[in-house]
Design a protein around this ligand. Structure first.
Ligand code: CMP
Length: 146
């Protein structure tokens, strides 16, 4: 029994994630070379607000909770990703993210992240779309009266 999933098993995981939608089998195989699969227990802290972040996490199974320093909480589930902000702007983590359940994740390091964006405009577009959406939701949740 191999300790790590084979390339084809990773491709199957990637096919379940919206971020990689529209990629050809060849492109998925290339992405599979760049990602690691990690399983974590409930309660595992995956990102810490204020600290430097060096990875992007893509959720295959399970749920996580992101908590911003201002107290906003956002649930994240299968198909969603987190950790992109620090990688994109080099700033500190904007939220603390903890596993609410056992999780199966794909982890993409800093160098591999930029390689993915350079090689796949589709992935870059998906990340920008999600980021815009998160900004809209964060703005909608902000009440100047509270
Ligand atoms: P990053 O700042 O690198 O690390 C914490 C992550 O939590 C952040 O990237 C986003 O992926 C995620 N996150 C932070 N704020 C929100 C939000 N308002 N909505 C959804 N996800 C968020």
């Amino acid at each position: 029994m191999p300790l790590w999933p084979s390339r084809s098993e990773k491709v199957k995981l990637l096919q379940r994630v919206a971020l990689f939608e529209g990629l050809s089998s060849r492109q998925l195989a290339q992405v599979a070379r760049l990602v690691d699969e990690v399983n974590v227990a409930a309660g595992k802290r995956l990102a810490m607000a204020g600290q430097t972040g060096r990875e992007l996490f893509v959720i295959v199974e399970g749920r996580a909770l992101a908590r911003t320093p201002r107290g906003r909480t956002v649930q994240l589930g299968p198909g969603q990703f987190f950790g992109e902000m620090s990688l994109l702007d080099g700033g500190p983590r904007s939220a603390t993210v903890e596993a609410s359940t056992p999780m199966r994740l794909l982890v993409i390091g800093y160098r591999e992240f930029w390689q993915l964006l350079a090689e796949s405009p589709l992935i870059a577009k998906q990340i920008m779309r999600v980021l815009s959406n998160r900004l809209r939701e964060a703005d909608a949740a902000f009440s100047p009266c509270s």
